[in-house]
Design a protein around this ligand. Structure first.
Ligand code: SAH
Length: 454
C-alpha cells in the first residue's frame, strides 16, 4: 500500500485515538497519521510532515472542532518538556481515556471479557512525585540552567517550577541555580565533560515529611562542600539528609557507584498505609506513594487473605507489596532479581517487626519452581512484573501448580492482556480488572487483575 497523503499536504482529519506518546491518531483511508497536540474526538486541519510506508506524521494547523475535554495546559513548559504528555486533556478526560484504553487492549489483544472498572484517580493530581532528578548544566551564555529534558533528547529545558513535583524540588530548581553561581560551583557540561555538579536528586517522604537531597558530582572533592550544604539547608528547611554521589564517567547514567554522607542521616523514612520503608539515595521506591497505597490496597483486597494463606510475591522489588500482604497473610515469600532490593526488603521487614516474611534474590521464573519442588507452596500468587510482563516459564509454573488465586499488578496493559490470555487458556478465569492512575498527565496506566481457577 502506498501512502494516500504526501509531505506538505494539508487536509482535515478526525482524531480517533492517542498513542502512548500522547500523539493524536487519525486514519486517512486506513493509513494512520500521528499528530502532536491533537486529542481524540477532535477535527483538525493538519500539515503532513513525513510519510513512511505504513504511517505518517503531521502537525496541527488549526483545531476546527476541539474535544470537550481539551483544557489549557497549566504548565508553561508543557510543550517543550518531555515529562508530561496529557496536560492539554482535562483530568477527567485522562481517566476516561485510560479506562477505554485498558478495556480496548484487554479485548483486542487478550480477548479478555472480565469487567474493567473505572480508573481510580487522584483527587489532587499535582505535586505527586516524591522524587525529582534534576540535571544541571550551563547555557551558551555560561549561565547555570536546571530543569528536565526535552522529549527524546538530552537538551535541558531550564525551569523554575514543575507542577507534578514537590515544593522542595521547586526550591532547588529556582534557588540552587543562583546559589551555585554565588558559591562558585560549576555545573557539569555533558559535551566537554567539565564542571562538577551533574544532577541534584530530591526525595521526599510524604508520610513523615523527611527530605533527602543528593548531589551527584564528577569528583569526590570539591571546595564548595560546606557552602553547598548551607545553601541547601537554607533553601529546603525540612531537609533531613544530604548525600553526595560520585559519577566520574562520560555517561548519561545519573548515579555512580560511590555514595557518601555530607550532612544529617543516610536514609529517610516513609510509610505506605501502616508499613514503614527506609529509603536510601539509590533505593528503588514508588514515585507516587498516595496512589501506591490505592494500588496495594486493591491488590490486598483481590488477594482476599483470611490469615491462614501462604503467599508468593513475584517481582517484589524492595518488598513493598510483600509487606503489605504480610499484615494479613500467614507467610509471604518474595523474589526479586536485584540483590540490593532484596537487602532493602529484608531490612524493611525487620523495621516493621514482621517475622512471617522470607525474601530471596534471583529470577522469579527459576526461584519459584524450585520453591515448589522444595514443598514451599502458595495459596495466592501475586506478580508485579516490569513492562515486558511475566516470563513464559513463570506462567507455566503457575499453570502447573495452580494456586487458587492469582493477583496480577501491571504497569503495561498490553503485556497484561497477553499474560491473562495465557493463564485463561491454561484454566484460570480473569474476574475483574481495576486500573489505577499512578502517573497523572502521562499516558501510563497501572492495573490490578485477579484470576481464579475456572
Ligand atoms: N513490586 C515492586 C516492584 C515492581 S517493579 C513494587 O511494587 O515496588 C518490577 C520488578 O521486577 C523490578 O524490581 C525488577 O528488578 C524485577 N525483575 C525484573 N525481572 C525479574 C525476574 N526475571 N525475576 C525477578 N524479578 C525481576
Amino acid at each position: 500500500m502506498s501512502a494516500p497523503v504526501k509531505k506538505n499536504d494539508q487536509l482535515t482529519v478526525y482524531i480517533e485515538d492517542l498513542t502512548h506518546d500522547g500523539n493524536g491518531v487519525a486514519k486517512v483511508d486506513g493509513y494512520p497519521l500521528f499528530i502532536q497536540g491533537a486529542l481524540p474526538n477532535e477535527t483538525a486541519e493538519v500539515h503532513v510532515l513525513k510519510t513512511l510506508k505504513n504511517y505518517g506524521f503531521a502537525k496541527v494547523l488549526d483545531i476546527l472542532k476541539p474535544s470537550p475535554d481539551r483544557v489549557e495546559a497549566p504548565c508553561d513548559y508543557f510543550k517543550q518538556c518531555g515529562g508530561c504528555q496529557l496536560q492539554h486533556l482535562s483530568y477527567e478526560g485522562q481517566l476516561k481515556w485510560k479506562e477505554n484504553m485498558v478495556r480496548n487492549v484487554m479485548q483486542r489483544l487478550g480477548k479478555i471479557d472480565a469487567p474493567v472498572l473505572p480508573v481510580k484517580g487522584m483527587a489532587e493530581p499535582w505535586q505527586y512525585r516524591n522524587k525529582a532528578q534534576i540535571p544541571f548544566s550551563t547555557n551558551d551564555a555560561g549561565q547555570v540552567i536546571a530543569g528536565f529534558y526535552k522529549t527524546k533528547s538530552h537538551t535541558i529545558v531550564d525551569m523554575d517550577r514543575c507542577l507534578i513535583q514537590t515544593g522542595e524540588a521547586d526550591a532547588i530548581l529556582s534557588g540552587l541555580k543562583k546559589e551555585l553561581t554565588a558559591i562558585g560551583m560549576q555545573p557539569y557540561n555533558e559535551a566537554s565533560h567539565e564542571g562538577m555538579l551533574r544532577h541534584v536528586v530530591i526525595r521526599t517522604a510524604r508520610a513523615t515529611g523527611e527530605v533527602m537531597v543528593v548531589l551527584v558530582t564528577k569528583k569526590k572533592k570539591f571546595p564548595q562542600k560546606e557552602a553547598a550544604v548551607a545553601s541547601i539547608v537554607k533553601l529546603v528547611p525540612n531537609v533531613t539528609s544530604i548525600m553526595q554521589n560520585i559519577n566520574s564517567d562520560k555517561t548519561n547514567v545519573i548515579f555512580g557507584d560511590e555514595t557518601i554522607n555530607l550532612w544529617g542521616k543516610d536514609v529517610i523514612i516513609d510509610a505506605i498505609g501502616d508499613v514503614r520503608f527506609e529509603i536510601s539515595a539509590r533505593s528503588f521506591y514508588q514515585v507516587n506513594p498516595q496512589q501506591t497505597e490505592v494500588l496495594y490496597k486493591q491488590a490486598l483486597d483481590y488477594a482476599d487473605l483470611q490469615g491462614h494463606e501462604r503467599v508468593i510475591d513475584a517481582y517484589c522489588g524492595i518488598g513493598t507489596i510483600s509487606l503489605f500482604l504480610a499484615q494479613k497473610a500467614k507467610a509471604v515469600m518474595g523474589v526479586e532479581i536485584v540483590p540490593q532490593a532484596i537487602e532493602d526488603a529484608k531490612r524493611n521487614a525487620e523495621l516493621n517487626g514482621f517475622t512471617n516474611t522470607y525474601f530471596e534474590a534471583g529470577p522469579a521464573e527459576e526461584v519459584i519452581p524450585r520453591w515448589y519442588k522444595e514443598g514451599k507452596e502458595a495459596d495466592v500468587l501475586v506478580v508485579d512484573p516490569p513492562r515486558k510482563g511475566c516470563d513464559e516459564a513463570l506462567l507455566q509454573t503457575i499453570l502447573e501448580q495452580r494456586p487458587k488465586r492469582v493477583v496480577y499488578v501491571s504497569c503495561n496493559p498490553a503485556t497484561l492482556a497477553r499474560d491473562l490470555r495465557i493463564l485463561e487458556d491454561g484454566g484460570y478465569k480473569t474476574q475483574e480488572i481495576q486500573p489505577v492512575d499512578m502517573f497523572p498527565h502521562s499516558t501510563h496506566c497501572e492495573a490490578v487483575a485477579w484470576l481464579a481457577l475456572a
